[in-house]
Design a protein around this ligand. Structure first.
Ligand code: ADE
Length: 415
């Protein structure tokens, strides 16, 4: 078994410095780390994590390790690994298998290396590891956590088919994850990635946001904040109505395609932008994805329509259409916020990864009690993360009186 696979171990010092920088912006995780170090609730537990290898993830991994866990880490996307972070973790004895720019074969070889450590718990982001374990009938797993919307959708489908082999906690669905990481994290980091790749001016432009879940809400909000006219494309009627009342234009993709200067997909679904839409786009349109997989923009359709392809600059591929229009695909249609920027800021990942750390402990403590289903994060844990974050921010919340609490749990007091 390979001990670790990273691009360049000499990057470790830079990685350590950046991990330490992020640590200071992750107070809830720091607090849990100190607690886990003292209590060792994960003593001897084997974990395979498939996450974006970033400074924030490194702080989660070190928290779990201080809690006694033995960890193997692989990247959850071929373009999201920060090579200095992978080097720092490897130099500090973590089994890391990840480097930026993996091809599909290398991606799965890394994943298999991480699985060869014989995990009892899996931390997944996108459900590739959990899917692999099911395909290969790997046993010995007591539970898993899933970090992202796309992964949760896949796992709910696996569960609905009656094939899920162990309990999974949908960390993504915790309120302290979704409302902050998905909304403010994706909102900011997606625009950061697009600006890094292109220096695009948002003011005065028409930005089409495809998908209005928590991520889409965040992206739309931030694009509007920078002065763009925002169009939302959404198939769910409740969410489309919400986008309308939030003050955005709501259009079907075939209409939005004609007016957008920039398109951003955040749907969790396949082919949200495809041939019939590329055919309608304006010359110079930029197309980016912030959803987990590179399937939301139909790249094979774009390739088939193009008469020529040229790398305009790093992270920007130009596609020349037969009629002379040029369309620009960012970061190969992969998560633009991680491929062309740093991913979400540590302040929001603090809450997401505090949920992860708490849920891993919960799985260990509940071993044998949970069914093979997709669970939401227990309310007490979600609320604990919110309270710890408020404490860290020095924000005091209102305490209800005994009378108010009683009123809220009674039915007899009316008009
Ligand atoms: N997903 C989005 N941003 C991330 C980050 N900074 N670290 C890990 N996973 C992420």
């Amino acid at each position: 078994m390979r001990d670790f696979v990273v691009k360049d171990i000499t990057l470790a010092k830079e990685g350590r410095n950046r991990i330490e920088w992020a640590r200071r912006q992750m107070p809830v995780l720091q607090l849990l780390r100190a607690r886990y170090k003292a209590e060792e609730p994960l003593a001897g537990v084997k974990i395979t994590a498939c996450l974006h290898v970033t400074v924030e993830t490194a702080n989660l991994i070190l928290t779990l390790r201080d809690g006694g866990a033995q960890i193997a880490l692989t990247g959850s996307n071929p373009l999201s690994t920060q090579d200095d972070v992978a080097a720092a973790l490897a130099a500090d004895g973590v089994h890391v298998y990840a480097f930026r720019g993996e091809n599909e074969q290398e991606y799965y070889a890394c994943l298999d290396d991480a699985l060869a450590h014989g995990p009892e718990i899996i931390l997944d982001d996108g459900a590739d590891t959990i899917a692999r374990v099911h395909e290969r009938a790997i046993t010995g797993i007591i539970g898993a956590c899933e970090e992202t919307t796309t992964g949760v959708i896949r796992l709910r489908a696996l569960s609905a088919a009656g094939k899920l082999k162990f309990p999974v906690i949908a960390v993504n669905d915790a309120e302290t994850k979704m409302m902050f990481d998905n909304r403010y994290g994706t909102g900011q980091s997606t625009l950061h990635g697009i600006m890094n790749a292109t220096n695009f001016l948002f003011a005065g432009k028409t930005v089409v946001v495809v998908g209005y879940g928590w991520c889409g809400r965040g992206v739309a909000m931030r694009a509007r904040g920078l002065g763009s006219k925002v169009v939302v494309v959404e198939a769910n009627p409740r969410k489309a109505l919400e986008a309308h009342m939030d003050g955005y234009y709501v259009l079907p993709m075939k209409e939005a395609a004609k007016v957008g200067d920039l398109f951003i997909t955040v749907t969790g679904d396949i082919s949200a932008i495809r041939r019939e839409h590329f055919e309608l786009m304006k010359d110079g349109a930029l197309i980016a994805n912030a959803g987990h997989f590179n399937v939301e923009i139909d790249i094979p359709d774009l390739e088939a329509l193009a008469v020529a392809r040229n790398e305009a600059k790093a992270e920007v591929m130009e596609y020349l259409m037969e009629d002379g229009r040029r369309l620009y695909l960012l970061a190969e249609g992969r998560l633009v916020n991680l491929a062309a920027a740093f991913g979400h800021p540590p302040e929001v990942m603090d809450m997401s990864f505090a949920n992860q750390a708490l849920c891993v402990r919960y799985i260990v403590e509940q071993q044998g009690q949970l069914r093979n289903e997709v669970y939401t994060v227990p309310k007490e844990l979600d609320e604990q993360v919110a309270r710890l974050k408020l404490d860290a921010l020095g924000i005091e919340v209102e305490e209800l009186t005994a009378e108010q609490r009683k009123y809220l749990s009674s039915w007899d007091l009316g008009t």
